[in-house]
Write a protein that binds this ligand. Sequence first.
Ligand SMILES: Nc1ncnc2c1ncn2[C@@H]1O[C@H](COP(=O)(O)OP(=O)(O)OP(=O)(O)O)[C@@H](O)[C@H]1O
Ligand code: SF4
Ligand SMILES: [Mg+2]
Length: 325
Amino acid sequence: MTVPLLEIANLNVKFRLGAGDLPVSSDVSFTLDKGRVLGLIGESGSGKTITSKAILRLLPAGGEMSADHIRYNGRDIAALPPREFDRLRGADLAMIFQDPVGSFNPVKTVGWHFRKVGRLHPGGHGGIMADAAEALRQVDIADPKTTLGKYPHQLSGGMLQRCLIALVMFSKPSLIVADEPTTNLDNLVERQIIDLFDKLRREVDASFIFITHDMTIAEQVSDSIIVMYAGQIVEQGPTEALMRDPRHPYTQGLVKTARELEGDVEKLTEISGEVGTGAWPENRCRFAPRCPLYDAACDHAIALHHVKEHGEVRCIKANRSEDAI
Ligand SMILES: Nc1ncnc2c1ncn2[C@@H]1O[C@H](COP(=O)(O)OP(=O)(O)OP(=O)(O)O)[C@@H](O)[C@H]1O
Ligand code: SF4
Ligand SMILES: [Mg+2]
């Protein structure tokens, strides 16, 4: 049996604030196979970034994580000593942030960043620079030599994002978390970057967690999709099944809007209300205040459960009688 690249069981994240604990993600479990792309979708504040940062131990101050296990290539890395984890992250795990500026040291050139990542390169300085230039060419940077000599503030947001992706390609990690990497870019650059990820996945056999607000992009890039709502997974499964037949009312809303965007409707269907933060009731479905199907039966904690030939859904009305297990 093939071991998944990543197996997460029961991941919880909270922030310790002066006023008490703020739960941010609860009971997150999933697996990701080698060379596969997992789309992580959900509206702002649903916990996508914090969940991913927790996996890579990049939580901001005050954030605390617990998990039954986080297995990477079959090995539990949840309890790995910090120095060992840093080594693993440096070599194998990478995160592409939505805003690339914070990923660069502002007083160092782009070339310096490649030298730092490539310090163990067998070809020495010359080898690093040749491979860095090639990585920049692959992200369609026309004059890599000049770009390597530039400082981050001398490049546009789109150029810097490409440099960051080139840096990640150069370091050839096995797992890349891409956090809304195309949100601030125009459609053409977005398309190019998505194609680049596809190339990276094929050439390096890298696996991706691709975070997005956009169901259409999630559908294009992912083999499987996780939908998060209020810090919980509400639906997960293979992309094709989830897009064809979404079972959670929240996912149904997202898919409906995506289909409307592809068509020619004048007004998009909106899911009214907003996700809110932290103070979610434990004795009621977290989506209840916004759910068109809500009734008194939803007034208890809802577990994620398996739906045959579909995936997992956190809704008491997700099973159809003909496919209940
Ligand atoms: N440093 C922090 N301290 C306290 N709470 C935080 C901190 N960072 C994030 N949060 C809270 O964690 C929750 C989840 O945030 P997260 O950034 O993961 O959302 P997201 O799904 O990535 O949203 P977006 O789509 O806007 O990026 C939010 O309610 C946010 O307020
Ligand atoms: S459990 Fe009830 S409130 Fe929650 S999503 Fe399902 S139908 Fe809606
Ligand atoms: Mg985010």
